[in-house]
Design a protein around this ligand. Structure first.
Ligand code: ADP
Ligand code: MG
Length: 676
């Protein structure tokens, strides 16, 4: 007797050997088998005659076999079997390749359905290697599974069929009310029909239910994270000081900045802590939004903290925010790894006494033994790849403070909804006026001398330059890729002898990195050879040129982040993408960089070219894999599922009710592989 948790090897038609092949497809038990969905279908129910079937296309033909099979051995290992069929009007010459089993099973004068490409001439019709099944059983919709090696789609279909009775044991996850409201069929029926639909409408209904199910589970999982954070009370911010803040600035906030500040202050006026993501392209002015919140918190009598991923960034924020809020009496301190022990002690005691209003520093400032008097807001800057995992860990600390995460990763809005289903989002979709665009060019490596000359001219004007290489060490199989280390050495010895060249890569110690960045920042290094470690937030306005080697190796969004390091001052900036790739796809992708400067547009293009999985890389976004829902195509269902998830949680915040038991288990299963 099979159960849902029976091992796959006990399903009829499997056994030890095939079980291993199934394992490789991620199928271990009956349950995972039933959730292994067909990739597409072949509809064998709508048969046509030869004359009705368009030449060169897939045809489904009901025909009688009219000659016995003739065997032709072409060479060793290649045998052809030929025979003829008639649809009552025309003759079809059929060739079967190497499939002795099929050839021997065919019986003259019996009826079959042939499925495959048909080639027609004036006098004849032929099919090479069609699928052939007996007419009485073949006229159905055939599921086509993603197959692997010897495990063909046909075998998988057969095995699924043998386990299909187990659908009786599938427990329904959604109550009648929800099923009716969202017009969904029963789960067990959906599973049966996704594998063996009777009609096209069946597949539509089955897909609808399963996509909904999957997105609902995902959203519930994410919303649960969010609501578990929401239980606590936090400081309620009663008065909005945004107008006063605006009067302090030398410029006018963009509409987007203003909207984001208002959204955040409204959030913080509620009992529950704010938990918000501020998403804005490089240069969209996220710091000012942060400062605006900090000001309102300060005027309400509470403390804030601002965390940056590096000391350099922390120091930069300290400088710019101190300047912005200098006339207000706000007391700001900077705490990083290099703060002296004595000063550290002083800062700590001042924090407890409430003599500091804003603490800026690296992540260590809330992790260590630092205590505040009344910390109400924590802002995290440039949390570049801020996955579900990290957010959950912040939640697990049980900190009942308002949090704002600032991110420059331009995530297409649709995906943001999914990825950050547990966060509220504010988006800065507008750049401050008067930004210079960065001139971007794509060249091949034959231009290197000209590029070097260009760099030397810039250095002569006291400007600085980045040269970006894809990886650190010379890799064995990709010998022509320029490794940062080797490249920096070569440049220092040859073309740039006598220049100050620095090297920055991910394998260096944090302290070494800081030193190099500091040296670049204060102009001691003229040319910085680096890997993508400079991608995150650094601001050296004097750097005006960025050369990116092997540019085709980077994702577009990554190139955009990198390019955002230049064009930050008032000088004209240039980005040079070097690529010898001949592939048309690469060239088109790099051309996108030349013509677009909007991170969201670029992200959309990137997404189109690479698909969501690749776009984020599973590890980066830390989201579960989806089996059937498509992040881009099923956006409408996503909204419905989001809606439904909220309704469910409204009634049963913790999913404790018996009716939600199965859903709860499903969430655990989906999020099982993500460790918090
Ligand atoms: P990012 O979003 O990349 O962190 P920053 O906060 O570093 O951007 O801002 C980039 C630059 O834009 C800073 O020099 C900042 O002073 C300036 N800036 C921010 N907002 C405005 C505005 N509304 N008008 C003009 N300049 C602005
Ligand atoms: Mg920034």
């Amino acid at each position: 007797m099979l159960n849902l948790d029976s091992s796959i090897k006990y399903v009829k038609g499997v056994g030890e050997k095939r079980a291993e092949m199934f394992n490789r497809l991620g199928i271990f038990d009956v349950d995972s088998l039933l959730h292994f969905y067909p990739r597409k279908y072949e509809d064998w129910t709508q048969t046509k005659s030869v004359s009705e079937s368009p030449n060169g296309e897939n045809a489904v033909i009901h025909a009688t076999m009219i000659t016995p099979v003739k065997e032709h051995m072409v060479r060793r290992g290649m045998t052809l079997y030929k025979c003829r069929f008639s649809d009552g009007e025309n003759i079809i010459n059929v060739t079967i390749f190497n499939n002795k089993y099929l050839a021997q099973s065919l019986r003259i004068y019996e009826d079959y359905i042939l499925f495959g490409k048909i080639e027609k001439t004036f006098t004849s019709a032929s099919m090479s290697g069609p699928k052939i099944e007996k007419a009485d059983i073949a006229a159905r919709i055939h599921p086509i599974y993603p197959s692997g090696g010897k495990l063909t789609s046909n075998i998988i279909a057969k095995v699924v069929e043998n386990a299909l009775d187990c659908t009786d044991k599938i427990e329904e996850t959604l109550n009648k009310e929800i099923r009716e409201k969202y017009n969904l069929i029963l789960l067990d029926k959906a599973i049966r029909n996704i594998h063996f639909p009777q009609s096209a409408e069946d597949t539509v209904q089955a897909r609808k239910r399963l996509i909904f199910e999957e997105l609902l589970t995902l959203q519930l999982g994410l919303l649960k994270l969010k609501s578990s954070k929401k239980k606590e009370n936090s400081y309620e911010i009663k008065i909005n000081f945004n107008d006063e803040f605006k009067s302090l600035l030398p410029y006018k906030l963009t509409n987007a900045q203003n909207r984001a500040i208002e959204e955040c202050i409204a959030d913080m006026g509620k009992k529950n802590p704010m938990n918000r993501l501020l998403q804005g392209d490089v240069g969209s002015g996220k710091t000012a939004v942060g400062a605006g919140l900090i000001y309102t918190i300060f005027k309400n009598g509470y403390q804030s903290a601002l965390m940056a991923p590096t000391e350099i960034l922390a120091a930069q924020h300290f400088e710019s925010i101190s300047k912005m809020l200098s006339a207000t009496g706000i007391r700001i301190r900077l705490l990083t790894g290099s703060t002296k022990a004595k000063e550290k002690r002083e800062i700590k005691s001042d924090l407890i006494d409430g003599k500091i209003d804003l603490l800026i520093g690296t992540h260590a400032i809330i992790q260590n033994d630092v205590e505040f008097k009344n910390l109400a807001l924590v802002i995290t800057d440039e949390q570049h790849r801020f996955g579900v995992k990290q957010r959950a860990s912040l939640a697990n600390k049980g900190i009942n403070i308002h949090t704002l995460v600032m991110s420059a990763t331009p995530i297409p809005r649709t995906l943001g909804l999914i990825l950050y289903g547990d966060l509220d989002i504010s988006i800065l979709d507008e750049l401050p006026p008067g930004r210079q665009t960065i001139r971007t060019d794509v060249v091949d490596s034959s231009y290197s001398k000209r590029i070097y000359k260009f760099i030397k001219d810039a250095v002569a004007r006291n400007e600085q330059c980045y040269i970006i290489c894809p990886m650190v060490e010379e890799s064995e199989d990709i010998t022509d890729l320029k490794s940062a280390e080797q490249f920096a050495e070569e440049l220092a010895e040859n073309d740039f002898k006598g220049y100050h060249i620095g090297l920055l890569h991910g394998k260096m110690k944090p302290k070494e990195k800081e030193n190099v960045m500091n040296a670049f920042s204060n102009g001691d290094i003229q040319i910085l050879v680096a890997t993508t470690v400079v991608e995150v937030g650094v601001d050296v306005p004097n750097a005006t040129i960025m050369v990116i080697e092997n540019a085709e190796r980077f994702g577009l969004s990554q190139l955009h982040q990198l390019r955002g390091r230049i064009g930050r001052g008032n000088k004209k900036s240039f980005c040079i993408l070097v690529s010898d790739s001949k592939s048309e796809n690469s060239r088109n992708r790099l051309a996108v960089m030349k013509h677009h400067s909007d991170g969201f547009k670029i992200a959309d293009e990137d997404l189109k070219a690479r698909g969501p999985g690749d776009f984020f890389g599973e590890k980066q976004h830390g989201l579960p894999n989806l089996k059937i829902a498509d992040m881009l195509e099923d956006i409408e269902t996503l909204h419905l599922a989001q809606n439904c998830a909220r309704e469910i949680l409204e009634k049963d915040n913790n999913l404790d009710l018996p009716e939600n038991r199965v859903l709860c288990r499903q969430i655990t299963k989906m999020f099982r592989d993500i460790q918090y």
